[in-house]
Design a protein around this ligand. Sequence first.
Ligand code: SF4
Length: 239
Amino acid sequence: MGAAEASGPDYSGALENGVRRVVARALPDINGERLDALMAELFGLADSALAALVAKDPPRRAIACKAGCAYCCIVYVQVTPLEALHVARSILARPAAEVTAVRQRVAAAHATTVGRDSDYRIVLAQPCPLLVDGRCSVYADRPFACRGANSADANACRDAFANPDGPLLPTFIHQSKTYAALGHGAAKGLSDTGTHPTLLELIAALHLALAHDDPLAAWRSGDLDFTSARCVMAKHEQS
Ligand code: SF4
């Protein structure tokens, strides 16, 4: 996909279709190395598409997101199995004591979030178990949804998460739409190859994946089943 197509009128549709093809092609032979390469390719596709959009239609206000600002890291994060496995692999590559600590944090977070929807998570306001000292500990490998989240005003984020019925956040829509297209394309590519479920809740998916020393191999063999981590729709999303 070229920059012109990526920034054209249906840029998110073009990106989604491109990602769908890349994922469907890669999946049958996926292993750890290929998953890393696939994720790098997907991140690159979205980053290039977004750069083309920014050049053509830059944000009206500067993006305020920066290291240490984590007001949004309490929300329900929807991921594909590819993202969950990629994050799990990056955690499992760390020293044993760190892996144990992350497993414990994920298990504790899972105990309070299991089966809950996105509305509940806003009320719960529980920080993501991957947040350490206010920073994302898997930043380079973070999910698509986390990459798409953005705001021009950190104070507006603070207020919005304290009062979800308040004004909408001042977001750069191209960033949100680009990474949403990445997720939709990946989910469709997974579905094309017979993978189900394709959309999971991050903490539940990690809780399952981190129970295995090699979650990708376990997923491929059927020992890791993500069914219980399927996304739970909030009431306002069901209509
Ligand atoms: S994965 Fe990282 S960026 Fe996403 S919610 Fe968790 S801490 Fe925040």
